[in-house]
Design a binder for this molecule. Structure first.
Ligand SMILES: C[S@@+](CC[C@H](N)C(=O)[O-])C[C@H]1O[C@@H](n2cnc3c(N)ncnc32)[C@H](O)[C@@H]1O
Length: 478
C-alpha cells in the first residue's frame, strides 16, 4: 500500500534497529544532543531513535507521516532529519520537507542521507533523480558535499559536515562557532577541587595547559565558588609564584596557533562577529593577539597559504610527524596536533566540506592539488603490519568524494614502518622502530615494490626465513 500522494512505498524504508542510528550517535558524541535540549525526530519511522534518546534522559519526540502522524509538531532546539530526504521521490516535496524541518529547529538541524558509495547495495531502475527498487522504495543517494551544498542552498545558511552523510546547520553563529571550536580546540579539562588548596592547584594546572589565567566564567562552578573571593591581581600573583613559566610559554604558543587555526577554519566556513565566538576563544584572542583584527589578518594569511604548493610542500618537509612519500604526507590521528598549523588547517577544511569518517587511523594529505584521504586500519596498534579496511577521500578543489572498502578483497594493502606515522614522543614509537630496524637487517625491505600488499609481504617473509610474533621478528627454519 502506497500512501496517498507518494509515488513510492516510503514506509518500507523505515527499518528496525537496536540502538541509536549513526547520525543520532554522532550528534550525541558532538554534544549537539544533550539532556537539557529537547529533540524532535522529524520523519522518525518506527521511532527507535526517539526511544533510545528517551532512555538516555532526553525529552525526545518523533513525528512521521506514516508511523506517527498524530503527534503534534512543535519546534524543538534540536531537530533530526535522519535518512528522510533520500527516500522522497518528488524533488519539490524533498525541498519542502527540509525547509519545514529547518523552520522547526531552534538551534541545530541534523540532516543525514545515504551516500552514493552505497550504490552497490541499492538495486533498482532509474526513477526521476534516483532509483526505484523492486519493493517500490525510492533512493536518491547523495554525494557527501552535494548533501552539504543542498542543505546550505535550501536553508540559506552555512552548514558543516559532521561526518560523511551527516550535516549540521545552526540557527545562529554562536552555536555554529562553538561547535567548530570544539572540533579544533580540545575541551579544557579541569582538575577536581574540593577546597581552596585543590582549587588553586587546578587553577595553576589550567594556566600551565592553556597559557593564560582563566576568567571566573570559564571555571567549573565549584572551582569558581572556591576561588571567587580572589581578586584578579591575587590570581596573577599566585600564577607568577607557582606556575612553571616554560610550560605556560609553550602552552601560550600552542593556544595562539590553535586560535589561528580556528579563525582560519571559521573564515573557510563563514566568519561571524567577535561576540558570537565562544568566550574562551574571545579571551585567547585578547591574551595572545594585539587585537581581533590582527588575529583575523594572520588567520586569513594562513588560509591563503593553503593555496601555495611550495609553502605546503615546505610545511610537509618541515613536519616533525608523518611519513612523506613522493605523493603525500601520512599522519596518524594521534599525531595530527603536532603537524604544522597550515597542514592541520588543510585537513580541517576537508573535514568540514565532506565530513571526517567516524573510524580512521591515518590522514593522507596530498602535495599537489588539495586532497585528503582518511584511511582506516582498525588493527593499527596490535598488528605489526596493519591491513587497510576503508579509505574515504575528498578533493577540496572539486569537492568530489570517493570511498573504498577493502574488507572483502584479497591481497589487501598493508603498512610498514609504523613508527613513521607517529610523533617521536608517542609511547609506541620505540617498539615500532625496533621492529622496523630488525626487518631492515633481515633484508625484508630489499624489494620495496613487493611488500605493499599481503601476498608480497608474506612471500618476502618466507624468502628471508622470518615470521612475526606480535611486534617481534623471529627466524623460522625451512
Ligand atoms: C528511511 S526512513 C527513516 C526513519 C527514521 N528517521 C530512522 O532513521 O530510523 C524514512 C522515513 O521518512 C518518512 N517520510 C517520508 N516522507 C516524508 C516527509 N515528506 N516528511 C517527513 N518524513 C517523511 C517515512 O515515513 C519513513 O518513516
Amino acid at each position: 500500500m502506497v500512501q496517498e500522494g507518494w509515488s513510492s512505498d516510503r514506509r518500507l524504508t523505515a527499518i528496525s534497529r537496536s540502538g541509536l542510528s549513526v547520525p543520532a550517535r554522532q550528534a550525541v558524541l558532538d554534544e549537539q544532543i544533550r539532556p537539557e535540549y529537547s529533540v524532535l525526530d522529524y520523519g522518525c519511522g518506527r521511532g527507535e531513535d526517539v526511544r533510545a534518546l528517551q532512555r538516555m534522559g532526553c525529552a525526545a519526540v518523533g513525528w512521521d507521516p506514516f508511523y506517527q502522524p498524530n503527534v503534534r509538531l512543535e519546534p524543538a532546539p534540536v531537530v533530526l532529519l535522519t535518512y528522510v530526504l533520500n527516500v522522497i521521490e518528488d524533488p519539490a516535496e524533498r525541498r519542502r520537507t527540509l525547509q519545514h524541518a529547518w523552520e522547526l529547529a531552534g538551534t541545530v538541524l541534523v540532516v543525514s542521507a545515504r551516500l552514493t558509495w552505497e550504490k552497490s547495495k541499492v538495486n533498482g531502475e532509474q526513477f526521476g533523480d534516483g532509483l526505484l527498487t523492486r519493493r517500490k522504495t525510492f533512493q536518491h543517494l547523495y554525494g557527501a558535499s552535494e548533501l552539504r551544498a543542498y542543505v546550505e542552498e535550501v536553508t540559506g545558511v552555512r552548514a558543516v559536515s559532521a561526518s560523511p552523510g551527516i550535516v549540521y546547520t545552526f540557527k545562529n553563529d554562536t552555536a555554529r562557532l562553538s561547535y567548530l571550536a570544539r572540533r579544533i580546540i580540545a575541551d579544557d579539562q579541569w582538575l577536581a577541587s574540593s577546597d581552596t588548596t585543590s582549587a588553586i592547584t587546578a587553577l595553576i594546572d589550567h594556566v600551565e595547559r592553556r597559557g593564560r589565567p582563566p576568567r571566573l566564567e570559564e571555571m567549573p562552578l565549584t572551582t569558581a565558588q572556591l576561588l571567587g573571593h580572589l581578586r584578579p591581581a591575587e590570581i596573577h600573583r599566585l600564577v607568577r609564584a607557582s606556575a612553571d613559566p616554560t610550560k605556560v610559554e609553550d602552552s601560550a604558543k600552542r593556544s595562539t596557533l590553535n586560535t589561528l587555526l580556528f579563525l582560519a577554519v571559521e573564515l573557510f566556513n563563514g566568519r561571524g562577529p567577535f561576540t558570537s565566538l565562544p568566550l574562551t576563544v574571545q579571551l585567547d584572542i585578547r591574551a595572545f593577539f594585539s587585537s581581533y583584527k590582527e588575529a583575523c589578518q594572520r588567520a586569513d594569511r594562513l588560509l591563503l597559504k593553503l593555496r601555495d604548493d611550495t609553502y605546503i610542500r615546505g610545511a610537509m618537509n618541515a613536519s616533525s610527524v608523518g611519513k612523506l612519500t613522493p605523493t603525500a604526507l601520512y599522519v596518524h590521528r594521534r599525531a595530527m596536533e603536532r603537524m604544522p598549523t597550515v597542514l592541520r588547517l588543510y585537513e580541517h577544511c576537508a573535514s568540514i566540506a565532506a565530513g571526517r569518517p567516524q573510524a580512521w587511523t591515518l590522514a593522507k594529505l596530498f602535495h599537489r592539488g588539495r586532497t585528503v584521504s582518511w584511511l582506516d586500519y582498525p588493527e593499527f596498534d596490535s598488528d605489526p603490519h596493519p591491513r587497510l579496511l576503508t579509505s574515504y577521500q575528498v578533493d577540496l578543489g572539486t569537492l568530489e568524494t570517493s570511498h573504498h572498502s577493502y574488507g572483502n578483497r584479497d591481497n589487501r594493502p598493508l603498512l610498514h614502518r609504523k613508527h613513521e606515522f607517529l610523533h617521536p614522543d608517542d609511547p609506541d614509537t620505540a617498539k615500532y622502530r625496533r621492529l622496523t630496524d630488525a626487518e631492515v637487517r633481515a633484508g625484508l625491505y630489499a624489494r620495496p615494490h613487493l611488500i605493499g600488499t599481503e601476498n608480497g609481504w608474506e612471500s618476502e617473509l618466507a624468502r628471508c626465513g622470518r615470521a612475526l610474533r606480535g611486534h617481534r621478528l623471529i627466524r623460522v627454519s625451512g
